[in-house]
Design a protein around this ligand. Structure first.
Ligand code: IYR
Length: 222
């Protein structure tokens, strides 16, 4: 049975802007997002929790399969918890860089210059650990979980970037230690560890990361 419907009160469909204004708005947003760069050089300058919570609310507004919102966010600012997360992540990463990754993967990572050392897990003021809810707490199904979480993560990164904060999408593999450290239930799987805070003075990014494919390479219009 179809549930109750209410009028659409968002921007649409009464947005009266011209197509020129729409293009200008799309371009302004594109330019804002084009200035986002993943960084691994974080300052330890504190960031008020409210700013990060606002971006998490943006993430939580994302579309999701059957609107089940199959995610949970753990916001970690506590130094001792960050220290334990760093130690566990670096232990996994030493295994990864020490052989588990395989040659092809390590070659792909070479331009980024990453290694098993993850000081930002302690320096940055906030770690946001996003969990994907594979099933609901009562055992019932969720739908399109990775897709839903990916969209929400995109919103989260955009929200933090709009607030002038840098982010690093970190996925130590495997990430099971995060469930343990943060006491999350078995129906949730760690999805990503997003590091956020101010970029350090003199932060750098790999030139390789600035090379985005031109539209002609990624778009086919029919
Ligand atoms: N998780 C590792 C390896 C890594 C993998 C990919 I794919 C990257 O784009 C970057 C890093 C690490 O965080 O170092």
């Amino acid at each position: 049975m179809k549930g109750e419907h209410v009028p659409l009160t968002g921007l649409h469909p009464r947005d009266t802007r011209s197509d020129e204004e729409r293009l200008a708005a799309a371009e302004a947003f594109r330019e804002l997002m084009a200035r986002r760069h993943t960084t691994r050089d974080f300052s330890d300058k504190p960031v008020p929790r409210g700013i990060v919570e606002s971006a998490i609310r943006t993430a939580a507004s994302a579309p999701s399969g059957a609107n089940h919102q199959p995610w949970h966010f753990c916001l970690v600012g506590d130094a001792a918890v960050k220290r334990r997360i760093r130690a566990a992540a670096e232990a996994e990463e030493r295994g990864f860089y020490g052989g588990r990754a395989g040659e092809e993967w390590l070659e792909a990572l070479a331009p980024l210059g990453t290694d098993a050392s993850k000081p930002f897990l302690e320096n940055a003021p906030w770690l946001i650990v996003m969990f994907a809810e594979r099933k609901r707490a009562d055992g019932s199904k969720n739908y399109y979980v990775p897709e839903s979480c990916g969209i929400a993560l995109g919103f989260l990164i955009a929200g933090l970037h709009a607030a002038g904060l840098a982010t690093l999408t970190h996925t130590p593999a495997p990430m099971g230690f995060l469930s343990e450290e943060l006491g999350r239930p078995p129906n949730e799987k760690p999805y990503v560890l997003l590091v956020t805070g101010h970029a350090a003075e003199g932060a750098t990014v790999p030139r390789h990361a600035l090379e985005k494919k031109p539209l002609g390479d990624i778009l086919s219009v029919f």
